[in-house]
Design a protein around this ligand. Structure first.
Ligand code: F6P
Length: 542
């Protein structure tokens, strides 16, 4: 691989940043969406955008044409296109770990290796061949599992990116999931999770997928060891009461990892690999997607990849002004750094997308929740917002109160699906009406001035939202929706000058947990801070 990503000025040292501040002071702060719509009948058309599988209405955001033009200047001055091209060329854009970030290769179609990319280099072409071989092996194996009627339960043991992606996608694509199997996801080291599940399983009918990029993650290995122990003990007990020979680990445990030797040492023979240039939170497209491949089959899994690939092509080739991930990522910068909004709400109006906010949380907050730039220099401006959310309409009966009348302005991203997959009368129109009504209420409020005095019943309005619309929730649209989120996070991360592909912030807690665990048994509080020592004593009280 060649040199690291090109150097560009820090975003706050560009002319565009200064111009955006001036624009914010002169117009942005006071922009009222109701006036903006009254002044421009074309606003919806002007600020809406079609991308592969996704239609986006950006018109209810606190932007005007100048805002977008200046944000695009900012992107160019910060080298967004050069950073994007560096990533798509296989450059080591993850500088602190000296790695490329080539998750996009995992969804490159077998028939057209990197043909769409004008940035292809030899390394990338080699990687494509390897990716395709692994994909074929994994999909063929998933097919065998699907055909095996004795395997009724598939248990994925993994955490973070080795859990959230496949879990979210299996739930989201429920309509396409084989009814012949149950899918379970165990992530937490809290034994309540695994313990409760094991009670419902039979070893000879269960397939365990041990998913860990590093095969060192404490939670996953703890759960994997307990599952193995249960499997051996319970399998032997079943055999003893005449249920045939005890089932074998080699048939019932599979590992998905970059560290095949560690999986072998654990006693697992069947492994599916991927490379270290696939970040955990970008790994659902790799063998980490195996639960999804078993759930929906090879053809549908390929559609999932194809949907994401279409979004890759869009991100790489659409002009920045009509590039949806770019527009969303720049909107995030505008809200965070100029309006000072600290969080963004994600409101999927589709219950199958109930884990999508959690998935996007890791994507956004582990990628861009950073206070130093690529060189480790402390940044003087804010980066990732807090991302949170729940499906609608549930959220309306919980936290929407705050979205409408709280003291903070929190931009909302609605996701709706035009055609439902159920046939229950009336539900879908009511669901969509609620999504539209919430976005409308946030913006329109209850009127201004004397006609609507302040007070408990007053809705201030002018609260921004984005509306993403899919025709159907299917493998292709889900793939595109995820890739859209990946690239918008890349966009804001590139403007902020971050390395969006490392996660050093998770390390300290892991180390301290290793130090504290033996203290729970020994009671040794030496060197602990007063609060930790106090809690340790409290936990040891008889
Ligand atoms: O600790 C954070 C993290 O490294 C995530 O980035 C990752 O997705 C998760 O842990 C799981 O890691 P692994 O797949 O290596 O077990």
């Amino acid at each position: 691989m060649s040199n690291a990503a090109p150097r560009f000025p820090r975003c706050d040292q560009t002319a565009a940043w200064r111009a955006l501040h001036a624009h914010y002071d002169a117009h942005g702060r006071a922009l009222d969406l109701r006036d903006a719509f009254a002044a421009d009948p074309q606003r919806f058309a002007r600020f809406s955008q079609t991308a592969p599988q996704v239609f986006a209405d950006l018109s209810k955001n606190r932007i005007d044409a100048t805002t977008e033009a200046l944000l695009l200047d900012l992107a160019r001055q910060c080298g967004l296109e050069a950073h994007r091209d560096a990533m798509f060329s296989g450059e080591p854009v993850n500088g602190t770990e000296h790695r490329a970030a080539m998750h996009f290769l995992l969804r490159n179609p077998a028939s057209a290796p990197v043909k769409w990319s004008k940035f292809a280099i030899d390394d990338v072409v080699d990687a494509v061949a390897e990716v395709q071989a692994t994909r074929q092996a994994m999909l063929a194996w998933a097919g065998q599992v699907r055909a095996d009627a004795t395997l009724t339960d598939v248990v994925n043991i993994g955490i973070g990116g080795s859990d959230l992606g496949p879990q979210m996608a299996v739930l989201a694509l429920d309509e396409f999931v084989t009814p012949a199997k149950r899918f379970h996801f165990v992530s937490n080291v809290d034994g309540h999770e695994l313990g409760a599940l094991l009670q419902k399983l039979k070893p000879r009918n269960t397939l365990f997928l041990i998913a860990s990029k590093t095969f060192t993650t404490a939670e996953t290995l703890t759960n994997a060891r307990s599952a193995r122990q249960w499997f051996l003990e319970q399998g032997a007990a079943d055999a003893a009461v005449g249920h045939g020979a005890a089932p074998e680990i080699s048939r019932h445990f599979v590992a998905i990892t970059t560290h095949v030797a560690a999986a072998n040492a654990f006693g697992i023979r069947t492994t599916f690999g991927f490379r270290d240039w696939v970040g955990g939170r970008y790994s659902v497209w790799s063998a980490i997607g195996l639960p999804l491949a078993i759930a929906i089959g090879a053809e549908r899994f390929n559609e999932f990849l194809a949907g994401a690939h279409a979004m890759d092509v869009h991100f790489c080739s659409a002009p920045l002004a009509q590039n949806l991930p770019v527009r969303l990522g720049l909107l995030d910068v505008w809200y965070r750094n100029f309006h000072g909004f600290t969080s963004r709400n994600l409101a999927p109006y589709h219950s199958a997308l109930r884990r999508f906010p959690a998935y996007c949380q890791q994507l956004e907050m582990e990628s861009n929740g950073k206070r130093v730039d690529m060189d480790g220099q402390v940044l003087p401006y804010a980066t990732a917002p807090v991302l949170w959310g729940e499906p609608g309409t549930n959220g309306q009966h919980a936290f929407f109160q705050m979205l409408h009348q709280g003291t903070d302005v929190i931009p909302v991203e609605f996701i709706a699906v035009k055609t439902p997959s159920h046939t229950l009368k009336g539900h879908h129109a009511r669901l969509l009406a609620n999504a539209l009504a919430q976005a409308q209420a946030l913006m329109v409020g209850s009127g201004r001035g004397a006609a609507s005095p302040e007070g408990h019943r007053h809705f201030p309005g002018n609260r921004p939202s984005t509306f993403l619309l899919l025709d159907r929730l299917d493998p292709a649209s889900l793939g595109a929706l995820i890739a859209l989120q990946e690239h918008r996070v890349f966009t804001s991360g590139a403007v902020w000058g971050l390395n969006s592909f490392d996660q050093w912030g998770v390390e300290l807690g892991k180390l301290l947990a290793q130090d504290i665990e033996p203290r729970l048994a020994s009671g040794d509080a030496n060197g602990l801070d007063g609060s930790s020592a106090g809690l340790l004593h409290k936990l040891r009280e008889k």
